[in-house]
Design a binder for this molecule. Sequence first.
Ligand code: GDP
Ligand code: ZN
Length: 461
Amino acid sequence: MDFDTIAAISTPMGEGAIAIVRLSGNEAVSIADHIFKGVGGKRLKDVPSHTIHYGHIIDPANGQTVEEVMVAVMRAPKTFTREDVVEINCHGGLISVNRVLQLVLTNGARLAEPGEFTKRAFLNGRIDLSQAEAVIDLIRAKTDRAMNVALSQMEGRLSNMIRHLRQTILETLAHVEVNIDYPEYDDVEEMTHQLLMEKAKYVREQIDRLLQTAQQGKILREGLATVIIGRPNVGKSSLLNSLVHENKAIVTDIPGTTRDVIEEYVNVRGVPLKLIDTAGIRETEDIVERIGVERSRQMVKEADLILLVLNFNEELTKEDEELFETVKGMDVIVIVNKTDLPQKIDMERVIQLANGHPVVTTSLLEERGIEELEEAISQLFFTGAVEASDLTYVSNSRHIALLHQAKKAVEEAISGIETGIPIDIVQIDLTRAWELLGEIIGDTIHESLIDQLFSQFCLGK
Ligand code: GDP
Ligand code: ZN
């Protein structure tokens, strides 16, 4: 395909003071060449592909030196966009990189729209749609682990899985077609039913597996909603503070502190947590406080993980026992705090109430037991999980919706087979599942949807 040449500032992932002006398109090299002065008069037009060159950016209008740069020249098709790509590495910070961008724009390039580089990679057949969407997630990823998920999706794990399922459906449909056209055996109808059933069930199972990872994907991006509960004074706020203090806080744009609930984002051994300290779950007469209590209850109901804090220095109360009742069936870690004080709590009873959930003892005052708590959190999160590199996460809501629809179509096929509906109706359902899966990787997609998707990207990607 033929497009005009686009340019944008593209800061690399991770740290580093270097900022990059990236160009892509037929004129990328000649535009860069026009404003570049290399050592010994070297011209970018003449350099081999995939090489980097030291020099200066000169404003052709007045001959002034704008910036000292390293310029990478990468010619089509072995580039991210499959077009000629030039990357001008500036080390002078944002102001100078902006000046270089301005120069590039006044010399023939057009400012790229957000996501336009990735859009070109897609339109030029370099990546498929689910890979492109993984780039969106990559840009938004808040933690290392979420980043890895986005990366492996980009490498095409999800795409491969979807392709495999589509292939299975296609082969099954073809097989059925052959059976119908060339009935060599008497029991061909039964055989066809059997084959259809087996394959449809397999596809449904695989879609289910992918859907199960969706919840995990959400958690990775938004953090495990972790609610700290306990009677007043047991050490809830102290717990929140020490977890925040000990761990890398995650920067977030989600609003935090309110009158009754405090939220903090932290990363505990690769597990992103959204820590929520509630004001207390007690019954109360105070109207204002009751609103807080209502909210607390709601937060508990929606929590992914509960940290239930008890006081080592006090006997268990009825309130404590009620808290255990409230969080029944949820993921709970019991924390018995204030072990620096004399024991008054009945630990046997605590373990009984915990009912198999981990019990950790801490002295937040003396900073003891926090390691064990962190270990319990990561254990809980990663138990039963395969090696991180083996996971295929579905983390995109459009993919999830499509998987649900595809699953529904497969289920209709299955119940059709069961009730002995004519084969060609079953074929329609399976074809529909095939199409829906295809939409995930962009094989059967409409232009407007593509535009909508790519407009979500950041500039320069
Ligand atoms: P919250 O009401 O549950 O949020 O409890 P706070 O975190 O505000 O703690 C209540 C009081 O207990 C504060 O004075 C804390 O300093 C104190 N505290 C917290 N953890 C410990 C601990 O492990 N040992 C002792 N002795 N005091 C603690
Ligand atoms: Zn508190």
